[in-house]
Design a protein around this ligand. Structure first.
Ligand code: ARG
Length: 278
C-alpha cells in the first residue's frame, strides 16, 4: 500500500469516555495487571484528560458516562457497548469484577434518547472485541467474547460480522491486536491470531499495515483513527513511522498509568456511530 497519498481527511467523531476517578489495579484478569504494583490515580486522570482534550481540539464530540466507585476498569469505555447506525448492543462481561459496568452503559444510552438498546445474551466485551470497519464488524473471540455472541451481534447491529480467533493471552481483546484506520483499511499484529484467522485477514485486507512485536507490546494497536489522525501510545514509534508512510498523522499519547490495567487509547474510547442523514 505505498500509493502516493491524497491528503487523508479527518471526519468529526462522537466518542463516549469515562473519567478514571476510581481507577486502580486491585485484581488481575489479564497478564498486564499486577495488583502489587502501585497505581497513581491522579496521574491516570491527568493523562486521560489530555486525550479527551486532544479529541475536542481536533473537533470530535466527547460524551462522558459517570464513573462508579468499585469499578476500577470502567475507564475502558470501549468495553461498554457497540454502536452501529444508532443501534446499541450493550456488553456482557466475562468477569464478575466488571459485570456492573454493563447496566451503567445501558442506563446511559436509554437516558440519552437511543431507542434501540439491546442487552446481550452472550458474553461480549463490546468494542474490546468488536471492531467496526466500514460496514463490517470484525469480531474477536478466544479470551473474552463468546463465539456465539458474534451471531447475536450480527442480528442486533444489522451488519456482517467476521469472526477472528485470538491465540496470544497478551492480546486478549481484538482491539489490542487490530485497529481500523479507515472504512477499508486496518493494521494488525499477525502473532495474535490463529492461522485460519490470519488467512481471513490476508484475504480481506491484503494491504493491511502489519505491526511488529515491539509496537504491539507497546499497545500500538490500541489506536483510534479519525481518518487522518491516529491516536496511539507514544511509545509505539515504529508504528508511528509506518502510519506516516501511509499518509496518516500519528498522535502519540501517554497513558502509562492505564497501561498497568492492560488498556490504552482505544480501550478508553467508545465510538458512537450515527446513521448517515441524507
Ligand atoms: N483491565 C481491563 C480488562 O482486562 C482492561 C480492558 C481494556 N479494554 C480494551 N478494550 N481492550 O478487562
Amino acid at each position: 500500500m505505498s500509493q502516493p497519498q491524497t491528503a487523508r481527511q479527518a471526519t468529526p467523531r462522537h466518542y463516549l469516555m469515562c473519567r478514571p476517578t476510581y481507577f486502580d489495579v486491585n485484581y488481575a484478569i489479564n497478564p498486564w495487571m499486577d495488583p502489587d504494583k502501585p497505581v497513581d490515580t491522579d496521574l491516570a486522570i491527568e493523562q486521560w484528560d489530555n486525550l479527551r482534550r486532544l479529541y475536542l481540539e481536533h473537533g470530535h464530540t466527547v460524551d462522558l458516562v459517570e464513573p462508579l466507585e468499585g469499578l476500577p476498569d470502567m475507564v475502558f469505555a470501549a468495553n461498554g457497548a457497540t454502536v452501529v447506525d444508532d443501534k446499541v448492543l450493550i456488553a456482557r462481561f466475562r468477569h464478575r469484577e466488571r459485570a456492573a459496568e454493563a447496566p451503567a452503559y445501558h442506563r446511559w444510552y436509554t437516558s440519552h434518547g437511543y431507542a434501540e438498546v439491546a442487552s446481550a445474551e452472550y458474553v461480549n466485551e463490546a468494542e474490546g472485541d468488536y471492531i467496526v470497519v466500514g460496514r463490517t464488524v470484525l469480531a474477536g473471540t478466544g479470551f473474552r467474547t463468546d463465539p456465539r455472541a458474534h451471531a447475536e451481534a450480527e442480528k442486533v447491529l444489522g451488519v456482517p460480522v467476521v469472526s477472528l480467533t485470538l491465540v496470544d493471552p497478551r492480546f486478549y481483546h481484538l482491539d489490542v491486536a487490530l485497529a481500523a484506520l479507515s472504512d477499508t483499511e486496518v493494521m494488525y499484529y499477525p502473532g495474535a491470531f490463529s492461522e485460519e484467522s490470519l488467512a481471513v485477514l490476508r484475504e480481506l485486507y491484503p494491504d493491511a499495515i502489519l505491526v511488529g512485536d515491539e509496537d504491539a507490546e507497546a499497545f500500538g494497536l490500541n489506536a483510534v483513527s479519525d481518518g487522518r489522525h491516529v491516536y496511539l501510545p507514544e511509545t509505539a514509534t515504529g508504528l508511528a513511522e509506518q502510519l506516516r508512510a501511509h499518509g496518516f498523522e500519528p498522535v502519540g499519547i501517554d497513558l502509562s498509568e492505564l497501561l498497568k490495567a492492560g488498556g490504552s487509547v482505544k480501550c478508553t474510547t467508545q465510538e458512537i456511530r450515527h446513521r448517515a442523514t441524507a
